[in-house]
Write a protein that binds this ligand. Sequence first.
Ligand code: SF4
Length: 273
Amino acid sequence: MEALFAWYEQHGRDFSWRHTDDPWAILVSEVMSQQTQIDRVAGRYGSFLARFPTPRAMASARPADVLAEWSGLGYNRRALNLQAAARAVVESGWPHTSSGLGALPGVGPYTAAAVACFAFGEQVPAIDTNLKRVLSRWVGRALTGSELSEQAVAMVPSGQAARWNSAVMDLGALICKPVPRCEGCPVSDSCADPTIYAPPPRQAGFDGSLRQTRGAIVKLMLDGRPRTANQVAAAIRHQPDRVETALSALVREGILESVDLGYVVVGAAPSAR
Ligand code: SF4
């Protein structure tokens, strides 16, 4: 463990959210980091937090403004979930445990554990794909489900969960990648089986994907103007059937709403319709 911590002190990544115990700042960083590359998160995090520095600031914002500030980070549903979580916190206060935080909208077990640990000092592992891969290699077999949780809980050094989570995260991101760089690893002496490979879920290609169409639609609609499906398809020059599918999904997810004149981003000012 000391070798891991020594490596982390020297090589760990320095993110601004690692210098705070503000649960809101930490929650924003964790939600942004889901499915978005960390470098892109780091470039947008400061301005997003400046715009919405507290749960109250986000709770009272128009959803269209939240989506506009989120623009470019992808998976827009996360932004609206974050706003729903902010509203729950404004109404009922912060839960201080991972189980309480896990009940907030859009907050899964990993994010709940990370916020509980980094903001409230709960001594829990934050289990994500990286941690699963690293621990599996340490132990020497592919860990899943309850065995993964039990092993992770047993490994967290008493009183040092935050440091341990950050160190293992960084080891997984920088050294113990899917194809590991064992020659530079600080814990290679105690690693049981570097050949165990737990690949992360594959993401479909972006070009030509429904995800690309959804992103283009949200970007277009942020001006608050209502548009029909045909108008959207013409404006973004994507296939009409893919646009129809994406519009339906965005309505189902509460990002757009259906109005007399077509579709509009949720929460757009009535004067814009
Ligand atoms: S020795 Fe290799 S496989 Fe084992 S923890 Fe280090 S980088 Fe990962």
